[in-house]
Ligand binder design. Structure first.
Ligand code: PLP
Length: 400
């Protein structure tokens, strides 16, 4: 019989994908399902980006590129870091992979020895812990309180660090909470890292451009330049430019780390798609107005969803600073009973109840390391969001 490798026994199949698949299957079977589970913008990739890809194909740029990014893409990333973040990375301090996910994977694969620890504040994007585990590391999950805006506090960071700690992984704005760290928050965390020189910092800036209410984005390597020599700044085009299917992510960091990551990539994908790289150059260097326009649309949707959720008597959520998720509390509903007598024992049961009773697919907080909550992705039309919130209210009111 088939026997998977031991390292896979530590990993669970992505529950978020399972929920999305099940919701899609129900939809295909004719049910009026609204999927608020997926982590991707509903917008289309901008036309100039598609055109750049078509041009690359016509011009025969269809061969392997330099292993961790074409010179054109690395130059575009360099300019992006300078323009948006005030960060100066040399070309050999930049890496490009098939999505930010591959960049994270390369970094952990290149640095973790068995038993090395990675501090991951919870709630967190599920893939972090699984990638760390696949690479032989140990995810050290640090719960963060809603009262702290789901942000890691310096005291909690200090307590989590051991002699085995290799990385701290920060994600701002956050998937799943939408919480963002301001410059002062990052300075305070940097103060702790200053006392622990063995700990490196990975900053996942994937939702940088989806930040609301006029906030200014802050990234650790810029806020605390003394940490730049041990920071990997990760980003990508998936969310900002609605390019999830193109699979381009990138990172900036110390030369030696970038070189080690290239070794990993050389024996997995060789290089990201040449056509996608050409498209990403256009995304990063072309007219950026589309990014701000879409951010405003996401902000309107946030207002709609947060307003509707907080109007429900037994659901509550904080107002997220960015990304396109809300992380709502459902502890008051857990333990209640559905009309057909089914008890809702936990957040997973609650989310299943929503799917089965009102055809709304959301993801339980347990998937992100914090039970008692559920995540709504509001990267969908306002009409669908209104309908979904109405159904949610109805489903919650029907519980006894
Ligand atoms: N980082 C975070 C926080 C994400 O939510 C995601 C995607 O959901 C990624 C990284 C991965 O993005 P990519 O499509 O570039 O692999």
């Amino acid at each position: 019989a088939f026997q998977p490798a031991a390292r896979l026994s530590l990993i669970e199949v992505s529950e978020i994908l399972q929920i999305t698949f099940e919701a899609s299957a129900r939809k295909r079977a004719g049910r009026p399902v609204i999927v608020l589970g997926a982590g991707e913008p509903d917008f289309d990739t901008p036309d100039p980006v598609k055109e750049a890809a078509a041009r690359a194909m016509r011009e025969g740029r269809t061969k392997y590129t330099v292993l961790d990014g074409s010179p054109e893409l690395k130059a575009a990333v360099r300019e992006k870091f300078r323009r948006d973040n005030g960060l100066d990375y040399a070309l050999d301090e930049i890496t490009c992979g098939s999505g930010a996910k591959q960049v994270l994977y390369n970094a952990f694969m290149a640095t973790l020895d068995p038993g090395d620890e990675v501090v991951i504040p919870a709630p967190f994007w599920t893939s972090y812990a699984d990638i760390v585990a696949i690479c032989g590391g140990v995810p050290v999950v640090v719960p963060c309180l809603e009262a702290d805006g789901f942000r890691l506090t310096p005291a909690a960071l200090d307590r989590a660090i051991t002699p085995r700690t290799r990385w701290l992984l920060l994600n701002s704005p956050s998937n799943p909470t939408g919480s963002a760290y301001g410059a002062e928050d990052l300075e305070a965390l940097a103060g702790v890292l200053d006392r622990h020189p063995q700990v490196w910092l990975m900053s996942d800036d994937m939702y940088e451009h989806i930040l609301y209410d006029g906030r200014r984005f802050a990234t650790p390597a810029a806020v605390a330049p003394q940490l730049k020599a041990r920071t990997l700044t990760v980003n990508g085009v998936s969310k900002a430019y609605a390019m999830t299917g193109w699979r381009i992510g990138y990172g900036g960091g110390p030369r030696a780390l970038i070189k080690a990551m290239a070794v990993v990539q050389s024996q997995s994908t060789s290089c990201p798609s040449s056509i996608s790289q050409a498209a990403a150059v256009e995304a990063l260097t072309g007219d950026q107005r589309v990014v701000a326009e879409r951010c405003r649309a996401f902000q309107d949707r946030r207002d709609l969803v947060v307003g509707a959720l907080n109007a429900m008597p037994s659901v509550s959520c904080r107002n997220p600073e960015g990304a396109f998720y809300t992380f709502a509390r459902c502890t008051d509903l857990v333990g209640r009973t559905a009309a057909d007598g089914t008890p809702l024992a936990d957040d997973r049961a609650f989310c299943r109840y929503l799917l089965e009773s009102v055809d709304v697919a959301v993801v339980p907080g347990s998937c992100f390391g914090l039970p008692g909550y559920f995540r709504i992705s509001y990267a969908t039309s306002e009409a669908e969001l209104r309908e979904a919130c109405g159904r949610l209210a109805k489903a919650c009111a029907a519980l006894s």
